[in-house]
Design a protein around this ligand. Sequence first.
Ligand code: UD1
Length: 420
Amino acid sequence: MSKYIIEGGTKIEGVLDIRGAKNSILPIIAGTILNENKSIIHNVPNISDVYLMIKILKSIGCFASYDDGTLIVDSTNISSCDIEEEYVRKMRSSIIIMGAMIGRLDYTKISHPGGCAIGKRPIDLHLDSFKKLGIRIEEENGFINCYKDKLEGTTINLDFPSVGATENIMLASVKAKGITIINNSAREPEIEDLQNFLNKMGAKIKGAGTSKIIIEGVKKLNSVEHSVIPDRIAIGTYMVASAMTGGKLHVKNVIHSHMKPIYENLIKCGCELDLLEKEAILYSPRCIKALEFIKTSPHPGFPTDMQSQFMTLMTISDGETIFNETIFENRFMNTKELIKMGANIKVLNDNICVINGVKSLSGKSVVSPDLRGGASLVLAGLVSNGQTEVSNIYHIERGYENFEYVLSSLGANIKRVDNL
Ligand code: UD1
């Protein structure tokens, strides 16, 4: 099992230019199934979730090759309608393949993804929406069978603006007969990126980024070339690292409108930000001010995917901050490890915890509980006295391209050790 070993006490600073967003590329890869043609996608991050999606495409008969940030997929031929259970078990978000498979094939079968570390994560909104579009769903022995009796546009009112459900409906309805309307759709930037990608291949979708998306079904799609938007969560993570360690970070290739809730909270805790065209320079504060209250909510609210990193930032702030996690019910698993490192955190229930800043943290052996929680422990290691070992880093490598390489190029004393 690989680990990161971090010696705390160095500044994270320099120039950062990172690749595309994990949460964009996964639905986009699913979308390549739809055009029965070639897709060329640039700015693709080199992360394990991408490799797993490529494996899924290959397992159903597509051609796929990935080199130096460019992914080429040819989905002319599809030879299987089954998504192997192993893939869905390894990566819950592979459920996003379902919508595209429905759009392309008359029948598809996928195993039920079940819950995961950060929460129960039901898929009722996905399945109910597919049914509304005319898909017959039969569940047996943990598998979901989808029969395309018909595929007709309809109006879908989501009870919650689920990112995955919104994307799955978009993918399934691109080739439906008539018009599909999604009310209360998720508004995340990654949804807009998926819309742009699908429209470039000939889909007729509008409204992404708002809470009403309208999809006019088309019969045929074409080859496409697209570049993925920058990863706002990865950028936010490195900005927090820099803010905590007293660094100055120059971020290239950033879309400011995607970063709003992250910028606002960095400024509130004392950082200064210079915003240039597609670039940001972060100056860290002398003393990190407590943010007092952070509540996660769907975009444009504060992203749940940045909650763990800001929690670590608050462990060394000058006061008390309450975190209210409203999206997932099990996203405080990093707190146990942060407490080991000396943080003052009280978890009141699944959704609320209270952090009181302490003067310093100390290096310990800790276990990464999930992707963002794992990253938050590495951030803690960067400001700890002594050595921190973070194990189970496969979680972190699902979503951060060359995490230890990027951090060390910015000044961190971190190494990745295999087979200990
Ligand atoms: C996506 C992101 C994830 C991010 C999350 C919220 C990807 C690959 N993942 O996950 O990084 O943390 O958005 O911004 O893009 N829910 C239901 N029923 C459903 C679907 C969702 O109850 O059918 C609930 C979930 O349990 C959760 C909430 O809705 O409590 C949000 O989930 P959702 O927005 O769907 O997140 P994901 O798409 O899974």
